[in-house]
Design a protein around this ligand. Structure first.
Ligand code: MV4
Length: 453
């Protein structure tokens, strides 16, 4: 096992990774920006180094400086967390060239899964169902009209390099497609430096259900069931749960086996997530693969009893996976909500000083956070400041624990989305398991823009 690991991240995920390193007797190296001098991950690390200015481009994305600190401290591996450099193939390659273990898959696999067109092609070749559509970039708007016409409307126009809903649009007619193509292509080029576009059949009112996998260097692969992450607002996940109350055992097994097949055909290693859209008839379609530890990994940990960061570290160190599919347990029900420092009315970030921070305690409650009383929430980073994870024997019990936990979460000084989270968790449609991707738009009043007077 590694003796020392550098954690190239900040916030709750840096703290989360360090906690497992400490439990495993691994020394931790933290890195921080000018804006994070007092941040919890700096205090938690065994040693920590300033790597640049407050903006991520100057610090947490500063590959040269991060590699330099890794060499200086003698850390053998880098854990990238999520976001930032976690799915950056160039960074993974730089690590490889410098003899540093990047805790994640190979640069080739990261690059391949970073392209939606490439990943769809790979899955199609492997026999994993993908959303009906094309697996090559559209030449121009005429090509798009041709393809969509043959497929039948409505279609989803998407950017191959897309993320966060950017460059993506539902299109219901040829006229709409002609209007939508140029703008979406331009946005994709501006945001990702890649204007490759494709079209898929539009899946009505789908669920987003993703399978967690683990794979070692020797082709051993397991799936750790699913997470249902359908409740999103503007492509930001808000609530995640495991297991999904929508899946039956057969669909669950089929999706798990597809995810394993995907990982094996790619030569995947480390923790990974295969995302699917699931329609009302329980047909499932590959959407994309995430080659990192995800924000919502704790719900999987809660139902399986596994520590995913420990598994990542063991795999990266070259150990053989010590779990077989038959040993993966699934016990109880877990729900996570993401707490954002944002105005619940306008959804704008709400930076400032936290003057009161009293998260609820009790059985079945877990917190992942990197803020405390007196912390500053700055505008430089993601406004997600904490995650609240609850577990119950059943979904109903987990919901009940969550309702009470949210009701007793005391935060002052900044605004948070806790009121909106309470609206979601206590909604009859949520209780009934009607958790499709349209949930927030359909049911949550606080999602409506404020009325202009
Ligand atoms: C879709 C879809 C329906 N049909 N693709 C949104 C994020 C991006 N990764 C894929 N997304 C979608 N792709 C087809 N062919 C609906 C969505 C979608 C969605 C998916 C998962 C969770 C929330 C969502 C909210 C709106 C749209």
């Amino acid at each position: 096992m590694f003796k020392k690991v550098l954690i190239a991240n900040r916030g709750e995920i840096a703290v989360r990774v360090m906690r497992t390193c400490q439990a495993m007797g691994i020394q931790t190296v933290g890195v921080y920006s000018e804006a994070d001098k007092e941040a919890p991950h700096v205090y938690m690390a065994d040693e920590a180094y300033l790597i640049g200015g407050p903006r991520v481009a100057e610090s947490y994305l500063n590959m040269e400086r991060i590699i330099e600190v890794t060499k200086l401290t003698g850390a053998e591996a880098i854990h990238p967390g999520y976001g930032l450099l976690s799915e950056n193939a160039s960074f993974a390659r730089r690590c490889e060239e410098d003899g540093i273990v990047f805790i994640g898959p190979t640069p080739e696999v990261i690059a391949r899964m970073g392209s939606k067109i490439e990943s769809r092609k790979a899955m199609e070749e492997t026999g994993v169902p993908v959303v009906p559509g094309i697996t090559y970039p559209l030449a121009d708007v005429e090509d798009a009209v041709q393809v969509a016409g043959a497929m039948g409307y409505p279609v989803m126009l998407k950017a191959s390099a897309g993320g966060g809903g950017i460059g993506m649009q539902i299109v219901r007619s040829e006229e709409e497609l002609r209007k939508a193509f140029g703008g979406n292509q331009k946005r994709a080029t501006d945001f990702f430096g890649d204007g490759a576009m494709y079209v898929e059949k539009y899946v009505e009112n789908p669920r987003h259900i993703e399978i967690q996998i683990l794979a070692d260097h020797f082709g051993n692969t397991v799936y750790l069931w699913e997470r249902e992450c359908s409740i999103q607002r503007r492509h930001q996940k808000v609530v995640e749960e495991a297991p999904s109350s929508f899946l039956d055992e057969e669909t669950r097994r089929k999706m798990g086996e597809c995810a394993m097949k995907a990982a094996q055909s790619l030569g995947y290693r480390n923790a990974g997530t295969v995302e699917f859209l699931v329609d009302e008839q329980k047909n499932f379609y590959f959407l994309e693969m995430n080659t990192r530890l995800q924000v919502e990994h704790p719900v999987t940990e809660e139902i399986t009893g596994l520590d995913l960061v420990a598994e990542q570290l063991r795999i990266a160190a070259g150990e053989t996976l010590n779990i077989e599919q038959g040993d993966v347990k699934r016990e109880g029900h877990a729900i996570e909500v993401r707490i954002y420092a944002e105005d619940p009315k306008t959804f704008f970030p709400s930076p400032g000083k936290i003057t009161k921070w009293e998260p609820p305690l009790g059985a079945g409650i877990r917190h992942e956070m990197a803020v405390r009383e007196e912390s500053m929430v700055t505008p430089y980073y993601d406004p997600m400041i904490a995650k609240l994870i609850v577990k119950g024997a059943t979904r109903e019990e987990a919901i009940s624990v969550m309702e009470h936990a949210l009701a007793h979460y005391q935060v002052e000084g900044i605004k948070t989305n806790i009121p909106m989270l309470r609206d979601v968790i206590s909604h009859p449609a949520f209780l009934a398991g009607d958790t499709t991707t349209n949930f927030v738009a359909n049911y949550i009043q606080s999602n409506q823009p404020p009325i202009k007077k």
